[in-house]
Design a protein around this ligand. Structure first.
Ligand code: GN1
Ligand code: MG
Length: 364
């Protein structure tokens, strides 16, 4: 994780609490320091250092979003048992002193601890074809390793997470309850939402194979080696549960082919970068044998679908006065929705080209 994402914890009190909290896990004795990582819209994350060196990642699981914390941790533990391969780094969970995968600390929520993977980093975006290739390859590897996981071993921790029909209903409800001020700011997005929904709703109710998916495969949830640039593994395993392959595919493409940040206000910076997309497909092609013909057909629209559903969720949360996502400034959810919709539009205008590339690179 980039140093820019790290902020020193300045309150001695907070340090003391976190020190005590760390003591509930099976860690070596010693004095640790904690740096908050301001990445992610849901959980609170800290890098835990010993003598200035990163040792662990400590996370408070947001149990307003993840109401079934035992289910989240059971899914994560189960998935990790499949994700063992010489070419895939293990995100090892550090158990508590009583052998649990997480703990409840006083009245300060649910926590888990993971080992830090040395010499690794994550990218918010990239212009490097090698990184795009590695991202495609690790996505293929992740799904190859999980392809035989039976879906009834996994809990639906957020039911209908990527179900557009549900997100449409939540949007409609938010529209009917929103303040005039927020509705006024959001109204320009509504025609696009209404005209795009029918095109994409079919994907949600598809007969595609159900797979165990990561469900949050944006680029900065992949760790790369600082030394070799090789993709090591996925992190942020909270949403591992049932899904469709196009969910994971589309979510990664939206952060590979588009190099702008998620809340980018200057939409000229939002592009569909063909060379980066092609490198990504080349990487995926090294591990894509498990994909069915029907799944391959779903991929082009999947690239339009994922930014669209994320944009719709951000817009809904904006209309609901930012109850779900953490926001770092007033209109961030609105800006996120506008930029995600813009990328969705740009991807839609590239659908014929995307179809051609998928056929060329993934269909033998
Ligand atoms: C949320 O907090 P983070 O970044 O891991 C969200 C994802 C979105 C993402 C960014 C449980 O994940 O679906 O892709 O923000 N996770 C949940 O848009 O809602
Ligand atoms: Mg996440």
């Amino acid at each position: 994780m980039g140093q820019d994402k790290l902020r020193n914890m300045d309150s001695a009190n907070t340090n003391l609490d976190l020190q005590k909290l760390l003591g509930t896990f099976s860690v070596e004795q010693g004095t640790y320091t904690f740096n908050s990582i301001d990445q992610g819209f849901i959980n609170d994350t800290y890098l835990v250092l010993k003598n200035g060196h990163p040792f662990y990642i400590l996370q408070r699981i947001n149990n307003k979003v993840f109401t079934d914390v035992p289910g989240v941790m059971a899914n994560m533990t189960k998935a990790l048992s499949y994700l063992t391969d010489t070419d895939y780094s293990l995100v090892a969970l550090v158990p508590t002193i009583t052998g649990q995968s997480y703990c409840q600390f006083n009245n300060r929520g649910y926590w888990r601890l993971m080992e830090y993977i040395p010499n690794s980093l994550a990218y918010d975006s990239t212009k490097n074809a090698e990184i795009a290739y590695g991202a495609g390859k690790i996505l293929g590897k992740f799904h190859s390793l999980l392809q035989n996981a039976s879906s009834d071993q996994f809990v639906d921790t957020i039911p209908h997470f990527h179900d557009l029909q549900l997100r449409k209903e939540q949007f409609q409800e938010a529209l009917s309850k929103s303040s005039h001020e927020r509705l006024d700011k959001a109204k320009l997005t509504i025609p696009f939402v209404l005209e795009t929904l029918p095109l994409l709703l079919d994907l949600s109710s598809s007969t595609l194979p159900v797979r165990i998916c990561h469900n949050d495969t944006k680029l900065n949830n992949i760790l790369f080696s600082k030394k070799t640039n090789k993709a090591l593994c996925f992190i942020d395993l909270d949403t591992i549960m049932k899904g469709y392959f196009y969910n994971d595919f589309g979510d990664l493409v939206r952060t590979i082919a588009n190099t702008a940040v998620e809340d980018e206000k200057d939409h000229h910076k939002i592009t569909f970068d063909r060379p980066l997309f092609e490198s990504f497909l080349d990487g995926l092609a090294t591990f894509s044998a498990f994909l069915t013909a029907e799944e391959l057909k779903s991929l082009p629209l999947g690239i339009v679908f994922m930014p669209f559903i994320h944009g719709l969720r951000a817009l809904t949360d904006f209309l609901n006065n930012d109850q779900y996502y953490k926001v770092s400034y007033a209109d961030q959810n609105l800006d996120r929705s506008l930029s995600l919709f813009d990328f969705s539009k740009k991807a839609l205008s590239e659908v014929s080209y995307i179809r051609e590339m998928v056929a060329k690179k993934l269909i033998q």
